[in-house]
Design a protein around this ligand. Sequence first.
Ligand code: C5P
Length: 215
Amino acid sequence: EDMIRIAVDGPSGAGKSTIAKAVAQRLGIDYIDTGAMYRAIGYKMLKKGINVDDLEGIQRLLDTTEIDFSKGDIILDGQVINDLIRTPEISKQASSCSAVGIVREKLVDLQQKMGGAKSVVMDGRDIGTVVFPDAEYKFFITASPEERAKRRYNELIEKGQKVNYDQVLADITDRDHNDSTREITPLRKAEDAIEVDTTNMTIEEVIEYICKEMK
Ligand code: C5P
């Protein structure tokens, strides 16, 4: 059986997860949302009141944490947390805990195990560079910050959350800054990744484009 790993990386709000999910569904393989894993750790740290510079506390938390995916749900220590981690507060929390070395080590290891035995589409920031440097296909999805803010804003409004566009844009540029300037594996395009600027594309066009590239 031929295994394929498809890495989908890029900045916040570029539509990676929608695209990755759709591609996985077309190919009939699993989709793994690594951002959700950082969000899960961020969420648990917040709940337990553990600070990003409390390395001992974080290590203890990591040692006693289980993260799983099942039928599109993300499960943290047995509890489905899909909606709990999709808030602006947890976005920030995820971004700051993702700069902690021991958090990345643990999650990268888990991701390599998840994608080690079966074909997957995995989305994140470092899939093509760190998690699966030898992935069969790598895509780097971008869009202008304004376009990404617009998409994220619409998504949050649809979910019934109260948000303001300027705030969403500010959060996106903040996270871009954090993600691309952190010391450990900052966000960057793998040399052999295909870059797709989706600013003027619909999601369907992007999915179509990616599927064509893989033929
Ligand atoms: O993709 P998403 O916005 O859900 O990710 C939340 C945060 O988790 C990102 O801002 C980034 O800081 C971090 N992340 C990461 N590496 C990944 C996936 C997400 O550092 N592979």
